[in-house]
Design a protein around this ligand. Structure first.
Ligand SMILES: [Zn+2]
Length: 460
């Protein structure tokens, strides 16, 4: 990126700040709550509002019906030889409840103390609109986009994107891209450009352990019959070894280990283990040996018991041996673990390690694929460099323990690298009362979008 061009982007972006703000406030005024059937009309109004905005920027725009809320799809193909970037985001928002905890009307946005306060300000209207304005900045400074640009903006993210996966699978050619760019998250700290390049997957099971046909008197039967709760506790305890590693054979076989460059990069993350522990009132942060806390949180697979039930739960003492017990257990997975395979291994291991006399049933509740765009890939590096220039700060490389299912769908179906550039902050109160987006982050988001798109032009 040459200096003169980046200056032009900066100049244009700052000259049009008031206009860009006014437009975002208009967008935020539309109560596009996807969960609530009362707002079906508003969802449509928001989709059409985006259609108008994108058409003004000379994109070809379609509002595509799904079984529920429409998808807004827009594209501007400049030249087949250039890289193609698909920006994904959502125009639907969370409900406003509890409304009494808002200091202002969630759909009458206000700007106070440098903050835009409204439902959707950061999640995700503000962030997705920053990318639309990023395109505007490029069109009005360079006269053309540096990449082929596509927008896929859905209206069902807050209800779990029920129609998105099939839409992507059915429209691979239309959506074909080299890179998918997503801003629906946060940077790791204020004024800290962040690229999130990996997400964990999930394997979730429920295990039922049974013995006698009914609950038994512990005086009459204790010592002579298997106890499902004792047994289940032992089975759960067997899932980790003394080193904090998951003891299920084969669990780590497919894992791509933390790379040396990732190890180095995580050391630069503004993260204090002491503060982390203090905030959670923890006296220790144990886990897998030989990995730092951040490495464990972001880049290592984990296993946790999420719930356990069985036996007498009431007040006082009841001397009983329960006939059954149940636990919910989940694993957060990393590439290239396969959630179906892990679920099977975990179930087999629990059955093999069940004490004598207990029958074990394992139910597969839920799974999700992990995703990773290598940190040293061209697209991640190019975007990081561009962000560093905009912020005047070194870009932080992060992963997250969370799962965004659509990310792995983009990777597997479009074979595209996926980059998450959080423009908001962790404390933006997404999904909560008084949701906000810092003005500075909105404006910087616009510049960041323009800079990243420009940088991605060279990856092909
Ligand atoms: Zn969101």
């Amino acid at each position: 990126m040459s200096d003169s061009i980046s200056k032009t982007i900066k100049e244009y972006a700052s000259e049009y700040q008031a206009q860009h703000l006014k437009e975002l406030l208009d967008f935020l005024r539309i109560p596009s709550v996807s969960t609530d059937s009362e707002h079906v009309k508003d969802i449509r109004i928001a989709a059409q509002w985006l259609e108008t905005e994108l058409k003004q920027l000379t994109f070809e725009v379609e509002v595509i019906e799904t079984a529920k809320h429409p998808i807004v799809y827009a594209e501007k193909i400049v030249d087949d030889s250039l890289a193609t970037v698909l920006v994904y985001g959502h125009y639907d928002v969370q409900p406003v409840d509890p409304i009494e905890l808002w200091d202002s009307d969630p759909f009458d946005p206000i700007v106070r103390d440098g903050l835009i306060i409204a439902r959707g300000a950061t999640d995700d209207k503000g962030q997705v609109y920053a990318h639309i304005k990023g395109a505007e900045v490029l069109l009005n400074t360079d006269g053309q986009l540096p990449v082929n640009l596509k927008f896929l903006i859905e209206g069902e993210e807050e209800i779990g994107s029920p129609n998105l996966d099939s839409f992507i699978t059915d429209n691979k050619e239309k959506l074909a891209a080299d890179v998918v760019l997503i801003s629906d998250n946060a940077m790791v700290a204020p004024n800290t450009p962040t690229i999130t390049y990996g997400l964990k997957g999930l394997s979730y099971i429920e295990v039922h352990v049974k013995a006698a046909s009914h609950d038994l008197h512990s005086g009459a039967f204790g010592g002579g019959v298997p106890n499902p709760i004792n047994g289940l506790a032992k089975m759960i305890a067997s899932l980790h070894d003394e080193q904090g590693r998951v003891a299920v054979p084969g669990f780590y076989d497919a894992v791509i280990d933390v790379q040396p460059e990732e190890r180095e990069a995580y050391k630069r993350v503004p993260f204090s283990e002491t503060e982390f522990a203090e905030e959670l009132s923890l006296s220790a942060t144990p886990g897998e040996a030989n990995y730092s806390l951040l490495e464990r949180l972001w880049a290592r697979p984990t296993l946790d018991c999420n719930g356990i039930a069985g036996g007498f739960q009431g007040e006082g003492a009841k001397t009983v041996i329960a006939s059954e017990a149940m636990a919910k257990i989940s694993c957060r997975l990393v590439p290239n673990q396969d959630h179906e395979e892990i679920t099977r291994m975990l179930g087999d291991f629990l059955k093999e390690n069940a004490p004598e006399g207990l029958s074990v049933e394992v139910i597969d509740l839920h799974g999700g694929k992990p995703a990773l765009t290598p940190m040293d890939s061209k697209e991640v590096q190019a975007a990081a460099k561009a962000l560093s220039e905009v912020f005047g700060q070194e870009t932080i490389f992060a992963r997250t323990g969370g799962t965004i299912p659509v990310v792995s769908t983009f990777q597997t179906e479009l074979k595209a690298g996926v980059i998450l550039v959080g423009l908001g902050l962790e404390d933006d109160r997404a999904h909560s009362p008084n949701e906000k987006f810092d003005l500075v982050n909105y404006y910087r988001g616009i510049e960041s979008s323009a800079a990243v798109l420009k940088a991605l032009a060279d990856i092909k």
